[in-house]
Design a protein. Structure first.
Length: 80
């Protein structure tokens, strides 16, 4: 439905944190750390980017996505 309505911009899955690597070059000395930024049993397993005119529609789509994927959904606006 989101595709037909022109609301879905991007939908992708993300591998588990065991496949992650941190790159830290804040001090100019690049470090590669083979672990996740978060220490939790729960993690983000995918991302949907939607283009909707208001928060109410975004909340409705998030609720539908939660049911369809059998997951809790976190909704955040993009910056920029």
């Amino acid at each position: 439905e989101m595709v037909a309505a022109g609301q879905r911009v991007l939908a992708v899955g993300i591998t588990s944190p065991e496949n992650s690597i941190q790159i830290d070059n804040r001090d100019g000395q690049v470090k590669y750390i083979k672990e996740s930024l978060t220490d939790s049993n729960e993690y983000i397993s995918g991302i949907w980017i939607i283009d909707v005119p208001n928060r109410e529609i975004a909340l409705e789509l998030a609720a539908q996505g939660s049911k369809a994927c059998n997951r809790r959904v976190e909704l955040r606006p993009l910056l920029g």
